[in-house]
Design a protein around this ligand. Sequence first.
Ligand code: FES
Ligand SMILES: [Fe+2]
Length: 433
Amino acid sequence: MLTVAENELLARTGAGTPMGNYLREFWTPAVRAASLEADGAPARVRLFGRNYVAFRATDGRVGFFDEECPHRCVSLSLARNEDNALRCLFHGWKIDVSGRLVEAPSEPPERQESFCAHVKINHYPTREAGGLIWVYLGTRAVPPSLFDLEFARLPESQVDIRRAVLRCNWLQGFEGTLDTVHAGILHVGWTGDPGRRWEGAQGAELHVLSRNVPSATIEFEPRRYGFREGALRSMPDGSCYARIRDVVLPYYSFIPTPGGAACFVTIVVPIDDETHMQWYIIYDPVKPIAEAARARLMADTSGDRDDFASDLGGWHNRWSQDRALMKTGHWTGIARPLPFEDFAVQEAMGPIMDRTREQLGSSDVTIVRTRRLLLEAARSFAEGKVPDVGDHARVRALAIRLAGDADWRQIDTLAPPASLPAPAAAARRPQIE
Ligand code: FES
Ligand SMILES: [Fe+2]
């Protein structure tokens, strides 16, 4: 449970807020790189309660400006994109990709040059890595380094990126990605049903390991970037099922995938206080993601990579919940792509969850820890302390069955020992109760 002031500090990210200032000090994943075409349509981007425009210039560079034209504030997302510049439709002002006004046809020719030199345009540095365009919205004259995350070093063929836009505060989304115990309960309609296309043996294993042993002992190792978590389940055969993962401040959650599937990380970014985006990034560190696997991933969503939960629904249709289906054994009644179950519960907490009213249990220890770290980080930043982010080179999540006396802290997740065998096939395919 938090105080009102703590909840406000964590949730609010608009201009001038401590959390907003802190989050802006990191490179923010803003748009999918492939969604910007040279001389193509500019993208409207909303982050931390402000609107921006992103575009790819003729030569491939990316420009990132405040959305409004510096003249009379028309949206530059409507502008012409040509000749390495945006040209506003209204009076033809031309702003080059580096953020300089280079033509203002509404002014007399003889004073255009001096006029242009005096017009200020808010533009922001960008980087392109891991299939994303990252923008720096902070105040440092020299931006920090981009995080050295594994997926950001891989070729496009090994990374699959999609985004959901949700109608609730960012911290509800982030906390959802931190909650290890819900997997075998909320998602039992997926993890316990061998007929569903997502999971195969992985989901069945998750069912046995999470649903049949839903509670876990959760331990931590502090890291400069956040912490490493070991969620440990003692299995009936004496082995230990360990879900080991990193939580990287300010909003990265690396999620173990059972059965040796590709790696998975979520990035949860505020759009404004009552809306946020969740990037779902699946990556294979060693080989391209097969086309069939990509197609399957997309079939589980509505198909729009930039808003894959656009037909999520809401209170008006209770997120498509089907009560008749629940009577026949489906846990949530939300027979939609698996992440929609997550999104429904996150939105159903309300636009900004009131954390003064919750009553937490032992399984919420990861959320408690993350809140504490975020509060400390935002307060320290407000006092002038630069975030200490550490080294991300060996961040990777792992789900593994270990001997009962093994120490999960000794596991190098990039070079793990062989996992103990999965449970017997019959035990891996239980009926949904
Ligand atoms: S409003 Fe953009 S040029 Fe006038
Ligand atoms: Fe989930």
